[in-house]
Design a protein around this ligand. Sequence first.
Ligand code: GLU
Length: 485
Amino acid sequence: MDKLTYINGDTRKRLLALVAAVITVLSLVAIGLQARGSGSSLLDEIRASGKLHVYTREGVTTYSLGPHGPEGLEYELLERFARHLGVELEIETTSDLQEILDGVAEGRVHLAAAGLTITEARQRKVRFTPPYQYITEQLVYRRGTNRRPADLLSAASNGHLEVLAHSAHAELLAQRKADNPGLSWDEVEGVDTLELLNLVAEEIIDYTIVDSNELTLHRRFYPHLGVAFDVTRPRPLAWAFAHGPDDSLYQEATRFFRELEESGQLALIVKGFYSHVRTYDYAGTHTFIGHVKRRLPRYRPMLERAAAKYDLDWRLLAAVAYQESHWNPHAVSPTGVRGFMMLTQATAAQLGVTRRTDPQQSIEGGARYLRSLIDKIPGHINEADRIWLALAAYNVGYGHLQDARVITRWRNGDPDSWQSIKENLPLLRKRKWYRKTRHGYARGNEPVRYVENIRSYYDILSWYLANDPAERQNRPVFAIASPVL
Ligand code: GLU
């Protein structure tokens, strides 16, 4: 029998209320202690556990696995913040912006660094640090289609506009619809910016809206894409944290960004991250030929020597070097690759390259590295395919290339043929495929573009040399393993 049955109804209710009140007070005290008590703020807990859990999106501006390890602007900032706290990063990724914001608001992760635009609606859900970058939102169309719209309304009435679900772009369109009831668009889940741009490039949809920073990095792969107009004035990107009484981590991040900004470093990091686009830009034939005439002669003897030593076609080595650095021995990318053949510090060290900006050393190291990759590709594959596969591995990493070969086999393609693998490499960006692979997500479209560019450079260079009268009194060419093009 329940003890309370001895107590009359009113007293019982009062007693229950009292017990409930005591429990509430005790739990509030406990939470308060946990939040503010000595040595137990969220920041202290993170320091004690040694781990910072973050959410990000996979993408070229945020976080991706490059041939030389993780990269991306958000990743770089996160790394610095983790170092500042003296902890390790635990990164979780999703392309679902809703999941990211909910994850932060509900405390499943400590913060989100995902190229998030600060919007009013989002501010009700999470709190943002001071901005680290400003972007504009741009309406993208395919040039040459005569469909360049002048404003959102004409875009919506002339064609099909698609944006990422739960994005700042979707929020903005919803706001604009209040004044323009005719505005219509579709929101897609589970894709990334690159996929949307791809849809426009392939004329599957007519328009999309993306952030200017993402477009800057992706556009070099899609020369046909154009910006119709800026949809917004510059808008801020920032990291998101949960609201709540314990703001210790949020305050620390705010301090971190203020210091980074005041020291001028933030501007350098952001600028450095986008400046390499120019270096890597696919040059037109005209520019390339200009460089063949003016830059190449100085490096040609070095390229010929290294190619002969490692049993390569020097024109192929020249084409790789052009794709890497435009034959600039002082080229540098924000991810730390450097020099004529753009070697990482680690690869350079392995290859015995002591000065990466020395073109002789860089070429020798790059040739040796390329030879080692070609030798790593299974010997039953024909020589030309082995070269293209090795170059893809040079760009995306050997593990990711192997994953693409496995996917090719799953899809009944030929895992020994570059033509077949190149159809499947871009699938490494799609969750449906990369989750089943050994090495996970990779920007699989980039090695395709990389190898195809090199093939174009090789073609143009060979064509130029064959037609240049000066070549008739040829010096010896050490072409041994000439690729079949
Ligand atoms: N900045 C966008 C947002 O916060 C995401 C990036 C993009 O979709 O390009 O929704």
